[in-house]
Design a protein around this ligand. Structure first.
Ligand SMILES: NC(=O)C1=CN([C@@H]2O[C@H](COP(=O)(O)OP(=O)(O)OC[C@H]3O[C@@H](n4cnc5c(N)ncnc54)[C@H](OP(=O)(O)O)[C@@H]3O)[C@@H](O)[C@H]2O)C=CC1
Ligand SMILES: CC(=O)C(=O)O
Ligand SMILES: [Mg+2]
Length: 625
């Protein structure tokens, strides 16, 4: 067994001479720590005291060098990293500072002559880069400029994103990332993330070892089958894990080197892409059944072998027939989180709880109707029912009866039960069949209407008017992404409800002026939750996700909505304070992980908010000796 730890830092900052060895294969180490984890799970926090107190956030139960013992008996890849200097330093996005290299650094690192004479600050670089971004009129050009920056100068990229989050979120995330995925092949310049295709079957562990970073804490993985509301984009879905992980760092402070974007390519059923000469993925129809399941299982096993027990695997934009299955299958063996089911549920519940300040009453006083009964719709419905059941002490089955869902075939009712997918069955209440959303609104009389259909323009004038005729303040959430798929626009929601709607959408809309009043729409997007949620798991060393942790995240987010926000009709705080919000979410999630006995980072930090903040990555340049 070779147990040289990853990264022996001889010098501070980038100037590192390190030999990092990644490991391979099962070993006694895994058995040992699994026992420790299981006892943690069974016996709660008290048993967790047995876990190595030196355990840190890096993954698994660690030795003094920070190596995860789960991986210690594996074969290793002799990754060697040398001190970067001169031209190679300028080409290394992790350490490049461009014109901000100081005179001393230019001397020490063989940069003389490779840069023009001027030395500028990171602030000036930021100003210049924003100026460049502003010159592009086409969002996709802005996206490409940001991606280029990420690959040229990582710290400047994150500085820009953090300092200008409200302006740049729609560029690196929804809606622009949707268009980027659609055109990913044509705009492709350099690879981002890790591609695991059917060609790598039997070799996934080796593929993981080709990734140069060893201390991975968060993986976002997609198979590209349901990219936002744009359908099957196959391998080109890579834009989503890349974008989500950029948010993990910018919004949640998880360091970039700890983030791994993965796309699993099992083919695509998108005929247009199959015919596209620039398509970057396997040119075949999607593998299903055993072929699909085996590849996913190999991936899940290899991730645990390579990175240990505590790496978070976030499933993103899988089609619902796989998403629910994967979450159920790996929920008890891995640290997994489905952003579309669980993250969305947590963010929407937070918005609903916050909205009660504007609507009055309790959650149980509301009637909820969803358009769309897939991952997002049923995920939200389930967490909402759980919260109502907790608040009112009524059984979960009773709480579910306050929630109604419409799918592509109409209202979900008991007479349809036999033909429904399993995740819809709990919502099949007694009612006569109704085909149409408008008719369903008239019958159910909802106070809250939630769009999670992935189909744009489905909240028509008649739908919004019906909601406005039933409610003084209709609460309308158009969650579908990107903007083209939004169930309605902010302008439509405000205009058709005569300015009475409380509105939020998955993708952002500009403020709307109606009858001389400016209405500011909120953004109901899981981006509020997953970065802080993931940070909470990382800082507590959590090994499993529980629904209680989703409720904890939701509660923390709802608490961050201020009177000033409510006065503007907002049910979410602005993204400009997202890092503070993420620290609170992380702290609440971590606290719940300790309470449930699934946290392994011991002892528990006393002040979890302060601790979360102290763990967050900051993008300011480091000084090099
Ligand atoms: N704002 C946010 O944070 C998030 C937004 N989303 C967005 O939500 C949308 C849906 O995602 P997801 O739930 O994962 O997708 P799914 O495919 O799992 O679910 C879509 C649901 O919408 C139903 N549907 C489709 N067309 C219609 C229609 N014309 N009328 C009524 N119902 C319809 C489908 O019905 P059937 O089952 O009969 O096919 C299905 O129940 C996407 O656009 C996604 O971008 C998702 C996650 C987070
Ligand atoms: C936001 C998100 O996760 C989605 O639209 O799929
Ligand atoms: Mg998603």
């Amino acid at each position: 067994m070779l147990s040289l730890n990853r990264g022996t830092f001889l010098r501070k900052g980038f100037s590192v001479l390190r030999l990092s060895l990644s490991t391979n294969g099962y070993g006694g180490g895994e058995r040992k720590s699994t026992v420790a984890m299981e006892s943690t799970l069974k016996d709660g926090a008290a048993a967790a005291v047995d876990v190595d107190p030196k355990s840190t956030v890096g993954g698994g139960v660690e030795d003094v060098y920070g190596e995860d013992r789960v991986t210690e008996d594996q074969l290793v890849t002799p990754w060697a990293t040398y001190v970067a200097s001169g031209f190679s330093l300028l080409r290394d996005p992790h350490f490049n500072k461009g014109l901000a290299f100081t005179e001393k650094e230019r001397d020490a690192h063989y940069l003389r002559g490779l840069l023009p004479p001027v030395v500028i600050t990171q602030q000036l670089q930021e100003k210049k880069m924003m100026h460049i971004i502003h010159q592009y009129e086409v969002p996709l050009q802005k996206y490409m400029a940001m991606m280029d920056l990420q690959e040229r100068n990582e710290r400047l990229f994150y500085k820009l994103l953090i300092d200008n989050v409200e302006e740049l979120l729609p560029v690196v995330y929804t809606p622009t990332v949707g268009e980027a995925c659609q055109k990913y092949g044509s705009i492709y310049r350099r690879p981002q993330g890790l591609y695991i295709s059917l060609k790598e079957k039997g070799k996934i562990l080796e593929v993981l070892k080709n990734w140069p970073e060893r201390n991975i804490q968060v993986i976002v993985v997609t198979d590209g089958e349901r990219i936002l509301g744009l359908g099957d984009l196959g391998c080109q879905g890579m834009g989503i894990p890349v974008g989500k992980l950029a948010l993990y760092t910018a919004l949640g402070g998880v360091r970039p080197s700890a983030c791994l974007p993965v796309t699993i390519d099992v083919g695509t059923n998108n005929e247009q892409l199959l015919k596209d000469e620039f398509y970057i993925g396997l040119r075949q129809r999607r593998a299903t059944g055993k072929g699909y399941d085996d590849l996913l299982h190999e991936f899940m096993t290899a991730v645990k072998q390579n990175y240990g027990e505590k790496v978070l695997i976030q499933f993103e934009d899988f089609a619902n027939h796989n998403a629910f299955k994967l979450l159920a299958k790996y929920g008890s063996t891995h640290l997994v989180f489905n952003d579309d089911i669980q993250g969305t549920a947590s963010v929407v519940l937070a918005g609903l709880v916050a909205a009660l300040k504007l609507l009055g009453g309790t959650l149980a006083d509301q009637a909820f109707l969803f358009l769309g009964a897939g991952e997002a719709g049923t995920g939200i419905a389930e967490l909402l029912a759980l919260e109502i059941s907790k608040q009112t002490k009524i059984p979960l089955e009773e709480a579910r009866k306050m929630i109604w869902l419409v799918d592509s075939k109409g209202l979900i009712v008991s007479s349809r039960k036999d033909s429904l997918q399993h995740f819809k069955k709990p919502w099949a209440h007694e009612h006569e069949p109704i085909k149409d959303l408008l008719e369903a609104i008239k019958a159910i009389k909802p106070t809250v209407l939630i769009g999670s259909s992935g189909v744009g323009k489905t909240f028509t004038k008649a739908v919004i008017e019906a909601m406005a005729s039933l409610n003084e303040k209709p609460l309308i959430l158009a969650l579908s992404n990107p903007t083209s798929q939004s169930e309605c626009t902010a302008e439509e929601a405000y205009t058709w409800s005569q300015g009475r709607a409380i509105f939020a959408s998955g993708s952002p809309f500009e403020p709307v002026e109606y009858n001389g009043i400016v209405y500011v729409p909120g953004q109901a997007n899981n981006a509020y939750i997953f970065p802080g949620f993931g940070l909470g798991l990382v800082i507590s060393g959590a090994i499993r996700v529980h629904d209680e942790m989703l409720l904890a995240a939701s509660e923390a987010l709802a608490e961050q909505v201020t009177k000033e926000n409510f006065d503007k009709g907002l049910i979410y705080p602005p993204f400009s304070s997202i890092r503070k919000i993420s620290a609170h979410i992380a702290a609440n999630v971590a606290a719940k992980a300790y309470e449930l006995g699934v946290a392994t980072r011991l002892p528990r930090p006393e002040n979890l908010v302060t601790y979360a903040e102290s763990c967050m990555y900051t993008p300011n340049y480091r000084s090099y000796r």
